[in-house]
Design a protein around this ligand. Structure first.
Ligand SMILES: CC(C)(COP(=O)(O)OP(=O)(O)OC[C@H]1O[C@@H](n2cnc3c(N)ncnc32)[C@H](O)[C@@H]1OP(=O)(O)O)[C@@H](O)C(=O)NCCC(=O)NCCS
Length: 187
């Protein structure tokens, strides 16, 4: 426990060690991987103590985060963790500063169709401005894509702007013929 927050991980870190990196479709030069992300960096599951390591501030580089108190953060972390095998939030930490410098989420949806299959969604991919262009966005998305396959998803999807289509092509994602529809209730 640190600052009253549970230090446990959102999902088992052994899953990252089990990934078959030979199936990686993106090119990494120099080579990096989930277990060897580069000097002074670690790639790991989110933990509740990340309230104090800049995780929310990193998400703030993606979209509006709003005011999330320590209690709100812990409560959301606990409810995500209770939904076993569903939420896989990855963070990249710079161990020199103990700060989160990148994050990305995989959400696994259980279905009845396709013989009770599971479908993955990649969301909230962000790398801190100071760390962009170092293959870290690629590392986050490649890791979650392999993880989706590893945990048994029959497909994995994501939504992105036109600007990011080329980035996601690196990992085998193609623009779908289907439209993305949204009914928004709040900004
Ligand atoms: C998109 C983002 C995660 C990329 O992170 P990054 O660490 O800078 O990316 P990488 O260094 O891993 O880049 C990987 C490759 O994608 C390319 N790339 C990165 N962003 C790109 C973009 N928006 N469009 C096209 N190519 C892009 C890089 O040139 C690089 O190509 P290379 O492998 O041929 O050299 C980062 O720019 C970011 O956080 N942006 C703001 C949030 C955002 O837009 N998230 C995506 C939401 S869908």
């Amino acid at each position: 426990m640190q600052n009253g927050l549970d230090d446990s991980l959102l999902f088992p870190s052994r899953l990252l060690e089990e990934l078959d990196w030979s199936q990686c479709s993106a090119q990494f030069k120099p080579a990096i991987s989930a277990t060897a992300p580069g000097d002074n960096l670690i790639l790991r599951p989110l933990q509740a103590s990340d309230y104090d390591t800049g995780f929310l501030q990193i998400l703030g580089q993606l979209t509006s985060v709003g005011d999330v108190s320590r209690e709100m953060f812990q409560s959301r972390f606990d409810s995500m963790k209770a939904c076993k095998d569903t939420y896989y939030i990855l963070v990249l930490e710079d161990i020199c500063t103990s700060q989160v410098i990148g994050a990305a989420s995989l959400i696994v949806e259980q279905k009845f169709i396709h013989s009770a299959a599971m479908r993955g969604r990649v969301e909230d991919v962000v790398v801190s401005k100071d760390y962009r262009g170092k293959q870290l966005g690629k590392l986050l998305v490649q890791t979650l894509t392999l993880l989706a396959k590893h945990v048994g998803c029959y497909k994995v999807t994501l939504e992105c702007s036109d600007d990011n289509i080329k980035f996601y092509n690196n990992f085998g994602y193609e623009k779908s013929a289907e439209n993305y529809m949204v009914a928004r209730f709040k900004d």
